[in-house]
Design a protein around this ligand. Structure first.
Ligand SMILES: [Zn+2]
Length: 130
């Protein structure tokens, strides 16, 4: 087979120049606050985030206004942060409705390996991009 050496070279290149990176998987769960809840969320409701994919348990909904408040925080929570950074230590977020007592606990549940080439078409080392 004449193609064997090329396949081997490709494998070695992949090992030496891995484009893998880790992101934390997140779980965002509704917990009780100091007031009754107003929005359509109940204690224990949750969603999970792995990479760019958000999943809800079958049949459970999640209101869009607290989701909109949570979304900007999630990419930072997915990444390694400094131990003294508040993004590392603070796990609870209040519902944006000032009359709603819900809190949302963001938990790092694990890590998933992603490959740069699987998530973008921008080549590595291209300093002119972004
Ligand atoms: Zn609420």
């Amino acid at each position: 087979m004449t193609c064997w050496p090329n396949q081997q070279q490709e494998i070695d290149l992949t090992v030496e120049e891995s484009d893998e990176f880790l992101l934390y998987d997140l779980r965002v769960e509704v917990i009780a606050g100091d007031k009754p809840m107003v929005c359509n969320h109940a204690i224990g409701d949750y969603f999970e985030l792995s990479g760019e994919n958000l999943t809800l348990p079958s049949g459970q909904s999640f209101p869009i206004y607290p989701l909109a408040a949570l979304l900007p925080l999630l990419p930072a929570k997915q990444r390694e942060t400094h131990p003294y950074d508040w993004m590392t230590t603070d796990m609870e977020v209040a519902c944006p409705d000032p009359l709603c007592g819900a809190r949302f606990r963001i938990t790092r549940t694990g890590q998933t390996v992603f490959r740069h080439a699987d998530v973008t078409r921008v080549p590595l080392g291209d300093s002119t991009a972004g």
